[in-house]
Design a protein around this ligand. Structure first.
Ligand SMILES: [Zn+2]
Ligand SMILES: [Zn+2]
Length: 140
């Protein structure tokens, strides 16, 4: 498990200006794990009703530039945003749509892909689609 960092620490660590809007954006993404921009916008507007979608995007882009946020693209879903944590792949539950993180050994996976492709692997994106995520099974 990754140790919990407050949104304020995360911003300070990257040398970013700490604004109430940024703090809230980081906190909401941290709480959600993975969130699309519309859901994020809805949550932010509960606190800052006058904040525009353009401003949210501006902040998201700034946070991505600093390597604090990452965009997650999954087929058939809206783009999601998540905090940059250590390497993981995504598990998408076909029952409830929940996206969860599965930790992997980066070196092991890279070397596997290098082996099967015969290429110098720089990056990879893996999404597993399955059923009965922790959320589903905890409801039953
Ligand atoms: Zn993730
Ligand atoms: Zn599920």
């Amino acid at each position: 498990m990754q140790s919990y960092q407050t949104p304020e620490n995360l911003l300070r660590e990257k040398g970013m200006k700490v604004t109430p809007q940024r703090l809230l954006i980081v906190r909401e993404i941290q709480d959600a794990g993975h969130i699309d921009v519309d859901s994020l916008y809805g949550k932010i507007r509960e606190v800052f009703p006058s904040l525009s979608l353009a401003t949210i995007y501006k902040n998201i882009n700034a946070l991505m530039d600093e390597g604090l946020l990452r965009e997650v693209k999954i087929d058939g879903m809206k783009n999601l945003y998540e905090l940059v944590t250590k390497d993981h792949i995504h598990f998408v539950c076909s029952k409830c749509g929940e996206v969860s993180d599965i930790g992997i050994d980066e070196l092991e996976v890279s070397s596997f892909f290098r082996k099967i492709s015969g290429k110098n692997v720089k990056d990879y994106v893996i999404t597993i689609f399955g059923e009965d995520c922790d959320k589903c099974s905890s409801v039953n």
